[in-house]
Design a protein around this ligand. Structure first.
Ligand code: TYD
Length: 210
């Protein structure tokens, strides 16, 4: 039986997920909840190996079908070996990305059939659906400015070098998911600053989960 709550954060790269996850985890811990933070792909030894393959710039020849299966493989491992046992112990799980990213990136972004991605998601996660999903939205201009700053100091992965058109399709994918599942998925605009965004997220968590 599931006792902890499961929250996922989604959105395109540069939308501020990492910062907001940290704020929310601090808030929930201050209220006495135990929290485990995860990221996808990754979060297990096998998942981290798969992550390396997925992000590696040398793997430009990867087909979109192979890409989807690798994300689902990492997810299947994470759900069974980490997420379910953690929730059963009454610990909350917050994941930086989860199954909605496959619908948005491999479905809307790459153009794989969305119903196919959804069935593979179903198979990988079973009943382990998030209780709440926060999709962070930021205007293309604001995001590009943040990313330019960040990428000066780091190296690019296979998704960073995708076109603006691809990223636009991914964003519209997240919006479509939110429209289809309004009870689970909440879109939050993050242009009004970190603190303001964190406040909006806390309100959603309080309203839906506490
Ligand atoms: P990461 O560095 O974690 O990106 P971010 O900081 O944007 O979260 O890299 C993960 C990349 O994988 C990211 O560009 C989104 C992509 N992705 C998919 O295409 N499908 C998926 O199912 C998941 C989980 C991630």
């Amino acid at each position: 039986m599931r006792a902890g709550k499961f929250i996922t954060f989604e959105g395109i790269d540069g939308s501020g997920k990492t910062t907001q996850i940290r704020y929310l985890a601090d808030y929930l811990e201050s209220r006495g909840f135990e929290i485990v933070l995860l990221r996808e792909p990754g979060g297990t030894e096998i998942g981290e190996e798969i992550r390396r393959i997925l992000l590696d710039m040398r793997n430009q020849g990867m087909t979109m079908e192979a890409e989807l299966f690798l994300f689902e493989a990492a997810r299947a491992q994470l759900v069974r070996t980490v997420i379910r046992p953690t929730l059963e112990r009454g610990i909350w799980v917050i994941s930086d990305r989860f199954h909605d990213s496959s619908v948005a990136y491999q479905g809307y972004g790459r153009g794989l059939p969305v119903d196919m991605v959804q069935s593979l998601n179903k198979w990988a996660i079973g009943e382990t659906q998030p209780d709440l999903t926060i999709v962070l939205e930021l205007s293309m201009e604001a995001r590009n400015m943040r990313l330019e700053r960040r990428q000066d100091s780091g190296h690019k992965d296979r998704f960073d070098v995708e076109s603006q058109a691809f990223k636009q399709r991914v964003c519209s994918g997240f919006r479509a998911i939110a429209q289809e599942e309004p009870d689970r998925v909440i879109v939050i605009e993050s242009q009004d600053g970190k603190e303001e965004t964190a406040k909006l997220i806390r309100e959603q968590v309080r309203r839906n989960l506490l």
